[in-house]
Design a binder for this molecule. Structure first.
Ligand SMILES: Nc1ncnc2c1ncn2[C@@H]1O[C@H](COP(=O)(O)OP(=O)(O)OP(=O)(O)O)[C@@H](O)[C@H]1O
Ligand SMILES: [Mg+2]
Length: 378
């Protein structure tokens, strides 16, 4: 079912948890609400479930206004973070619970089908305390899906699991969603989780959706510093536009000229304007200063000095001090490491201008650069 929110807001006293929100979640999509703690994700989800009354606005399912419907009359089920299973019931009876409560007598086949879907058929007679965290999570999922909801709401359902199990369950959830084909709305503050599972991600900040789109779209084309920083890592530097118009724009950051596609400049920016210029750490290559002559022409380049090199196995993460930015992050895949790239080394950072993006600097560019990094002053 298609979920539609029109002007939906929620205030608690004089505090606005969700500002008027317009949102369309298409049928069959895996939709993620992503944002930091307290930004209004759960409140939004609870309004869709009917557990919270909107202060204004309407919620529609396939065009029908359900704003006034109580939770149990909505074709919607929720899996909460603390998915409390019934401890005295075994796996089968936990899953059968919803069906039996609705007076259904023949539940065996439906329950078996659900347990098959979550690959727990062989554990049907176990009690919750005899299951691992991931298995309990899958029981909670089966318990919600057995009611054949048109929409499944998931509020941080993987929060209690360790990292490896989380990754495994993310793939599992995605598989199940594809198989049952219903609309999933998934709430998380984990950007990797949102990107791995969802076809559309809405990045929320302080009760508003800041940007919405496919994961790759958000990552490659962030429209605000908050999104650029919250989704992965971005190097953002203040710059002044020196030439605009044509296919490519030129800016100057701490004296260094940098180029970027005009299409990636914020709208309405012209020569003389301030801009924030961004590039992702994995797009940048490092060359020791001694070899600077070998850097291909046409690449954006900055000079700097490595202040930190962290060996992470799959990659090495560098921090490089440049005149434009005190801590430029650079990720290099751990393939052929140049032994000269250590802390203290003078280097050239260079990257394809096409991988550079421009953002509005706002009134306080320094504050904007920190937005969404977790280190901003709140
Ligand atoms: N019943 C309530 N009364 C007053 N304030 C509330 C109530 N419920 C939520 N809030 C506030 O609304 C804001 C949004 O809360 P919400 O639970 O939606 O956040 P969230 O994005 O789900 O965060 P988290 O990731 O920590 O779960 C918070 O500042 C919270 O304190
Ligand atoms: Mg929450």
């Amino acid at each position: 079912m298609t979920i539609q929110l029109t002007g939906v807001s929620k205030t608690f006293g004089d505090f606005t948890a969700v500002h008027p929100l317009d949102l369309t979640i298409p049928e069959g999509s895996f939709f993620a609400l992503l944002g930091a703690s307290g930004c209004g994700k759960t409140t939004t989800l609870r309004m869709i479930a009917g557990l919270e009354d909107p202060s204004a606005g309407h919620i529609l399912l396939d065009g029908t206004d359900i704003t006034a419907l109580p939770p149990h009359r909505r074709p919607v089920n929720t899996v909460f973070q603390n998915y409390a299973l019934f401890p005295h019931l075994d796996v089968h009876d936990n899953v059968a619970f919803g069906l039996r409560r609705r007076g259904m007598k023949q539940v065996k086949n439906q329950v078996a089908e659900m347990l098959e879907l979550v690959e727990l058929g062989h554990l049907a007679r176990r009690r919750p305390h005899q299951l691992s965290g991931g298995q309990q999570q899958r029981v909670a999922l089966a318990r919600a899906l057995v009611n054949k909801p048109q929409v499944l709401l998931l509020d941080e359902p993987l929060g209690a699991l360790d990292l490896k199990l989380r990754r495994q369950m993310q793939l599992e959830l995605k598989r199940i969603q594809t198989e049952v084909g219903i609309t999933f709305v998934h709430v998380t503050h984990d950007q990797e989780e949102a990107m791995a599972m969802a076809d559309t991600v809405a990045v929320m900040r302080a009760g508003r959706v800041e940007q919405l789109g496919a994961p790759a779209e958000l990552y490659e084309h962030p429209r605000t510093a908050f999104v650029a920083n919250f989704l992965g890592t971005s190097n953002l530097v203040e710059a002044e536009v020196t030439a605009a118009g044509g296919g490519e724009a030129e800016v100057k950051a701490a004296g260094s000229p940098l180029r970027l596609p005009s299409a990636r400049m914020p709208e309405g920016t012209g020569a003389g304007d301030g801009v924030l210029v961004g590039v992702r750490p994995e797009k940048i290559s490092l060359t020791p200063a001694d070899d600077a002559g070998g850097v291909p022409a046409g690449r954006n380049r900055l000079t700097g000095r490595i202040t930190e090199a962290s060996y992470l196995g799959v990659s090495v993460q560098y921090l490089v001090e440049t005149p434009a930015c005190p801590g430029f992050a650079v990720y290099e895949q751990n393939v052929e490491r140049d032994p000269r790239l250590v802390a203290g080394a003078e280097v050239v950072l260079h990257w394809n201008p096409a991988h550079t993006f421009g953002l509005q600097p706002g009134r306080d560019p320094g504050r904007e650069i920190a937005a969404g990094t977790g280190e901003e002053a709140l």
